[in-house]
Design a protein. Structure first.
Length: 321
């Protein structure tokens, strides 16, 4: 049975109920999440065993975070404990002309202060079939960046496929140029995922239209490149689509354009990544893998919270509608 390993920071998300403004309500709704954890949870519900590597504080919030992963079927044996605080982020959903707003409170978190040498990547990846991370973890400081670099190097040395979702977060880079950090991680990856903005800022590639994915693959030497696109059609309606370039076959495939009534904008890209990894690991043709992943990403937008709990059957049903 295939096994995937993901690496990144698990966060506690706090959001006002409904469409209220952040901190204008006496209530906050909580969810656990974070890009790489979202991928791990989605993979687990798609029937792909996944271990998550991170560091959580030794306190009740860390305990609750750990238990949240276990309830979703994610492997937690490689999660370290230590540090003093769990990273937080606040999400104001937005409505009509008011866009979604995200406020981070993750400086000095347990994950940001992890010791890069404390992760035994050879043991973590010993029986893994895929390693996944994102451009978020390296943005959190020198220690996480070195840990990501070590994980990617170990996976490549062990001939394990590597994927990276660029996941550009302007607030986390604080005016720094991400390219010198991200490009070496993405170079030679088996799968790179991103949207046009992330690709321009993090890789310095600014190509319009369908040629973008091929240009990324040629620049980085990647086997697969997926470029996602979201279009805001109305206050609660988005169009979601993606293309996948297969460098081995020199073939570009486009997904169906999905129009979705959005319940929660968080986690769609992570679910897309998980579904694409799951189908490629299963040996599906790239066009089929892309169609499944695009449907899974769109489906995630219809449920609240960061985590996708959609099964393979759920996604296939969505595709048939």
């Amino acid at each position: 049975m295939t096994r995937v390993v993901t690496f990144g920071e698990l966060l506690l998300r706090l959001s006002p109920p409904g469409e209220e403004r952040l901190l204008a309500s006496p209530q906050l709704v909580t969810f656990f999440g974070g890009a790489e954890a979202n991928v791990a949870v989605a993979l687990s519900h798609l029937g792909v065993p996944c271990d998550y590597v991170t560091r959580l504080p030794e306190n009740p919030l860390g305990d609750a975070a750990l238990e949240s992963l276990r309830r979703e079927g994610v492997g937690t044996q490689w999660i370290a404990r230590g540090g003093e605080r769990l990273g937080l982020y606040f999400v104001e959903p937005g409505a009509d002309l008011r866009t979604m707003r995200v406020v981070y409170d993750r400086s000095g978190s347990a994950f940001a202060q992890l010791d890069p040498e404390s992760v035994d990547w050879s043991a973590v990846l010993a029986d893994a079939d895929w390693f996944h991370t994102t451009g978020i973890a390296p943005a959190l400081g020198g220690r996480p960046a070195r840990a990501v670099g070590s994980g990617v190097a170990a996976a490549r040395a062990a001939r394990r496929p590597v994927s990276i979702d660029l996941n550009y977060r302007e607030a986390l880079w604080r005016g720094r140029d991400p390219r010198p950090i991200i490009e070496p991680l993405a170079r030679g990856a088996d799968l790179v995922i991103g949207n046009a903005t992330a690709v321009r800022v993090m890789l310095g590639i600014d190509v319009q239209g369908d040629g973008l994915a091929q240009r990324i693959a040629e620049h980085l030497g990647c086997r697969f490149v997926a470029v996602t696109q979201r279009e805001s059609l109305a206050a609660r309606t988005q169009a979601w689509s993606a293309v996948l370039y297969d460098a081995g076959e020199r073939r570009l495939t486009a997904s169906r354009r999905e129009e979705v009534c959005v319940v929660d904008r968080v986690g769609g890209g992570d679910c897309f990544a998980a579904a694409l990894i799951a189908r490629l690991l299963a040996g599906a043709p790239p066009a089929d893998a892309l169609a499944f992943a695009a449907a899974a990403g769109a489906l995630k937008l219809t449920v609240p919270g960061d985590f996708s709990r959609a099964s393979v059957a759920d996604v296939l049903e969505w595709q048939r509608r």
